[in-house]
Design a protein around this ligand. Structure first.
Ligand SMILES: [Zn+2]
Length: 280
């Protein structure tokens, strides 16, 4: 009696299984084989561990613009200061010590920038290499003394700096050398003496008479392409823009700077001082 009851139940059970395979196969989720399950669990654990480990080092993809103006104080410096103040936005001015000694007007322009809380004044050397770059960089000790002289003269509170005529970087543990030779040893010596060197990702170029070369829309396109591409900036998505004070001496070129900043603001980029540049 018990045996026949067992047979009936067994057949019923097998029948149900067959019915399931025939009738509702497409709705049955595929159960992975045991080995696969353990692999899935392992992968999940590894992913979880990875996510815990990688969280603090998640890349910072915020798009940030560092406006930098070189060679001041010069004609054009006060227009730059005025524009940045009207926007209430930060900018970094890499200034040349010798230019502050040109006359009273240049001294005043320097002081305006130096005392402006929106602006960071940093060193672009004392002599600007007297525009004889090869000769200047052949003497690394002389380069260091030139920067120290400017830092003392201008009472600079920071050791952020930009080499004259060379797109050379020494920031934290990262570095890049200008393709033109002769600045590497000087850059290393400055770094050993506490300086951080900032090159640039894009330059708003100008002719000898100070006229900007790229139109504002060309420049905006260049900036947008570079800031979105993780390989185009020294630090991904953090774009350092170089321009020169003398470009903005004329009213119509000051308007171009305003137009550029309006364009950058419209894209939602954040503006920062070089002192806030990532230094990892
Ligand atoms: Zn310069």
């Amino acid at each position: 009696m018990f045996a026949s009851y067992y047979l009936i139940m067994k057949n019923l059970f097998l029948g149900l299984i067959n019915l399931c395979f025939l009738g509702c196969h497409s709705n049955v989720p595929t159960i992975p084989a045991k080995d696969t399950i353990s692999t899935v669990i392992q992968d999940t654990v590894i992913q979880k561990v990875d996510s815990v480990v990688s969280k603090p080092t998640m890349p910072d993809t915020a798009h940030v613009i560092y406006l930098t103006f070189d060679d001041g104080p010069l004609i054009g410096t006060e227009n730059v200061i005025e524009v940045m103040n009207n926007f209430a936005l930060p900018a970094t001015m890499f200034m040349v010590g010798k230019h502050t000694q040109a006359d009273k007007e240049m001294q005043n322009s320097f002081l305006m920038a130096y005392n402006d809380n929106l602006l960071q004044v940093s060193s672009h050397s004392y002599s600007h290499a007297n525009n004889r770059y090869r000769l200047f960089y052949q003497n690394p000790q002389g380069v260091l003394e030139d920067f120290n002289k400017s830092a003392a003269l201008l009472h600079l509170q920071n050791k952020d700096a930009r080499l004259p005529g060379r797109n050379t970087w020494r920031v934290g543990s990262k570095q890049r050398n200008d393709p033109a030779a002769h600045s590497q040893q000087a850059a290393d010596l400055l770094k050993e003496n506490g300086y951080s060197l900032f090159g640039w990702d894009i330059e708003w170029q100008h002719y000898d008479n100070g006229e900007p070369i790229q139109t504002v829309s060309q420049l905006l396109r260049m900036i947008t392409n570079a800031i979105q591409d993780s390989s185009r900036c020294f630090t991904p998505h953090k774009l350092v823009l170089l321009s020169h004070d003398q470009m903005f001496a004329k009213k119509e070129n000051k308007e171009k700077l305003i137009e550029l900043i309006n364009g950058l603001k419209a894209k939602g980029y954040r503006f920062e001082l070089i002192k806030n540049y990532p230094r990892g």
